[in-house]
Design a protein around this ligand. Structure first.
Ligand SMILES: NC(=O)c1ccc[n+]([C@@H]2O[C@H](COP(=O)([O-])OP(=O)(O)OC[C@H]3O[C@@H](n4cnc5c(N)ncnc54)[C@H](OP(=O)(O)O)[C@@H]3O)[C@@H](O)[C@H]2O)c1
Length: 214
């Protein structure tokens, strides 16, 4: 499958590496493709991935991944040609926070970025996932002391299944992916950022993850 990732930062390139390792094709979208190829993260892909404009990537991908700041994602997607995303699964990995003096503030405290994206690009099938763990965990999903969890939220059941399957390809074991249901369920994983931030500060590391135990 050809997966277009919007962004060329740590999340974009970590996901790209996992997908390439599973035999998928990847194209990256950047605001400035010419300079993006100089970024360390992109260099680590070893030239296996083309970097094109955000619009060209979105048009090319069978599935599109948002790996840009959540604070600007909605505007970025609205600026794309709507046809580029029509009928496609749009995976959103972003956290929509701004940092104040006392720490992070949620941009959508009574909703979620994922719902805002679904409203902004209604013909895309938005699925929220992978925003609840650091790239160190995204890069090595089974590298924790025990099994941990990833979540999917989205209104289209087939889109959630496809994303679950892609997560398995990226190394998430069968029982590790929890389907939370419709797009409004993305509020939980998004608001978790407040606890994530506190845990990271308390533990002195971002290499940890949620383990849901029954
Ligand atoms: N880092 C993590 O461990 C982690 C984990 C889970 C979720 N997330 C979320 O994933 C998203 C990406 O995080 P990251 O750590 O990969 O960030 P990053 O390394 O800073 O990369 C951000 C990427 O977004 C691009 N970008 C910035 N503003 C943009 C705009 N207005 N329009 C289009 N592209 C823009 C940047 O491109 P330029 O080079 O042009 O600036 C860069 O390619 C964020 O929403 C973050 O909250 C991060």
């Amino acid at each position: 499958m050809l997966v277009a990732i919007l962004g060329t930062g740590s999340v974009a390139c970590t996901i790209a590496l996992r997908l390439l390792g599973a035999g998928h094709e990847v194209v990256l979208g950047a605001r400035n493709p010419a300079t993006a190829t100089d970024r360390d993260w992109v260099r680590e892909l070893g030239g296996k991935v083309e970097v094109v404009s955000l619009s060209a990537a979105a048009s090319a991908g069978e599935v599109v991944v948002n790996a840009t700041p959540g604070s600007t994602t909605v505007e970025m997607l609205i600026d794309l040609d709507a046809a580029a995303l029509t009928g496609k699964v749009l995976i959103d990995t972003a956290n929509a926070v701004v940092f104040g003096e006392s720490g992070p503030l949620l941009m959508y405290p009574n909703g979620s970025l994922a719902e805002r994206i679904q409203q902004a690009v209604p013909r895309a099938k938005v699925v929220k996932t992978l925003n609840t763990m650091n790239t160190a965990v995204q890069a090595d999903p089974t590298g924790m002391a025990g099994p941990t969890s990833a979540f999917v939220s989205g209104d289209d059941p087939e889109a959630r299944s496809l994303v679950t399957s892609l997560l398995h390809d990226m190394g998430w074991p069968p029982d590790s992916v929890i389907d939370l249901g419709g797009i409004a369920s993305a509020r939980g994983p998004e608001h978790y950022f407040m606890l994530f931030f506190g845990l990271a500060r308390a533990l002195g590391t971002r290499r940890f993850n949620i383990a849901v135990v029954r």
